[in-house]
Design a binder for this molecule. Structure first.
Ligand code: F0G
Length: 437
């Protein structure tokens, strides 16, 4: 028999989640938010639909900055009026977000963008922006009574799933493209105790498998097809606008892979405009790696259609050829009058070396943002005097092999910092220091 506590809890749940619903973005079918959301039977993805509140009190967000309660401390749940109303006792939070905005003369000089700010999402608990979506989705998984959770991943999602599932006391299964995961991420997923399934194939194959597995095997799917992931990732935009006193920049630049973040950013901006918080919309610039650029190709064709590609890039996080959030991301570009651009692996690695050398540091996929800013400035798309916020999506320690490969490469690279080995003598030391870098 259900105890009184259980009944209270389910009443709170129903009251909260009945305030929102899930609508398929393709056929418009609406389902209850108590469902465990996969794809709609038409193949579309669900989005969370809210009723517009009477008013949003922006001063409340400032007040929460001075409090110690976990939900106020979280750079996700601080903005809870914009998020699904989950009962606070079910929320699993580390807490996330609170990621800083940095400016640095070396980044401005290299990109040619004087007013460049970088928001470092690598400062999240597991070192990537994924934690923002994960706190919302794992809390929803608990609310709907999920028994186990799963995802396919190029690495960061799996690290985040593994950590949040462990915090929630749920078993997790992660599907990874075998041999294509950066060491830091694989290490995290193993350490946090996920069941690791390495799929002989690329991310896109792993993604297909996990979608089939989740409906057949009753696994709650934590990829960004899950609308609660998107809701959490919207807070990158909420927090960065809060940090800028709700004065929007001209551009927000981010890397694009599976396009969940692109979808989330557009959705966040639409919500803020609809709710009267924002009068001017920043333009989104999505940057893909040249060898993994189906969204760029679709953009260049006027979004007539998207053709999946076989993806290859040194930035393994965005080595994705068939992005699941294509339709949502297209809407984001259209809503924000955004652009999509590509950068080469060499440009990504040089940009990463510049970010690292500035003392900020990021993983390769994140540096696509910075390489993209440089390219868009050179093209005159980003104009002099415009304020740009570029998103660094992951921490420098995620991919140590990429650092070693760049700085110890046989051929010269522009920002190389090659370690030297010397005999243990002052003479040898004098000799190497005299030659500087
Ligand atoms: N940057 C990093 C560091 C990522 O890990 C990802 C995606 C992206 C950018 C691209 O974001 O998919 O929203 O367009 N990583 C996913 C993963 C796919 O499995 O960790 P997106």
């Amino acid at each position: 028999m259900a105890s009184e506590g259980d009944l209270d809890r389910s009443a709170a749940l129903v009251a909260g989640l009945s305030e929102i619903s899930l609508r398929c973005d393709r056929c418009g079918t609406t389902i209850a938010a108590m469902c465990s959301p996969g794809r709609c039977s038409c193949g579309g993805l669900y989005e969370v639909v809210y009723t517009r509140p009477q008013a949003i009190d922006l001063a409340a967000f400032d007040q929460r900055l001075g409090r110690w309660e976990p939900l106020d401390r979280s750079g996700v749940w601080r903005y809870r009026e914009f998020l699904p109303p989950l009962p606070s006792e079910l929320i699993v939070t580390r807490p996330e977000g609170n990621t800083n905005l940095y400016s640095h003369s070396a980044l401005s000089a290299w990109t040619g963008c004087a007013d460049l700010l970088v928001k470092h999402e690598g400062e999240n608990p597991t070192g990537s922006f994924k934690d923002r979506g994960m706190t919302v989705a794992i809390s929803h998984a608990r609310a709907v009574g999920a028994r186990a959770v799963a995802c396919a991943s190029t690495g960061n999602t799996s690290a985040s799933v593994a950590a949040y599932a462990a915090l929630a006391g749920l078993p997790s299964v992660v599907f990874l493209p075998a041999g294509k995961i950066a060491a830091g991420k694989l290490g995290q997923a193993i350490a946090y105790g996920a069941r690791i399934v390495q799929v002989e194939g690329d991310f896109d194959a792993a993604m297909q498998l996990v979608q089939a597995a989740s409906s057949e095997l009753d696994l709650y799917l934590l990829n960004s097809v899950n609308p609660f992931r998107i809701e959490g990732q919207k807070t990158i935009v909420f927090e960065l606008l809060h940090q800028l006193a709700w004065e929007p920049p001209d551009w927000i630049v981010l890397p694009g892979g599976n396009l969940g973040n692109t979808a989330a950013f557009g959705a966040a901006l639409e919500q803020l405009v609809r709710w009267g918080v924002l009068a001017r919309v920043p333009r989104l610039a999505v940057i893909q790696a040249e060898g993994a650029a189906p969204f760029y190709a679709a953009y260049r064709s006027g979004f007539r259609e998207m053709h999946p590609v076989r993806a290859e890039t040194v930035a393994t996080a965005i080595r994705i050829g068939n992005p699941v959030s294509y339709e949502r991301a297209r809407r984001s570009i259209e809503f924000t009058r955004g652009v999509v651009e590509i950068v080469s692996d060499d440009e990504i690695l040089d940009a990463k070396a510049v970010v690292d050398r500035a003392g900020i540091g990021c993983e390769p996929a994140s540096a696509a943002s910075i390489a993209g800013v440089r390219k868009l400035v050179a093209q005159g798309v980003i104009r002099p005097g415009e304020r740009v916020v570029a998103i660094l999506t992951g921490h420098v320690l995620k991919d140590p092999d990429a650092i070693i490969a760049y700085h110890l490469a046989a051929s010269e690279r522009p920002f190389m910092n090659r370690p030297v080995t010397i005999a243990p003598s002052l003479a040898a030391l004098r000799e190497v220091l005299a030659h500087g870098h």
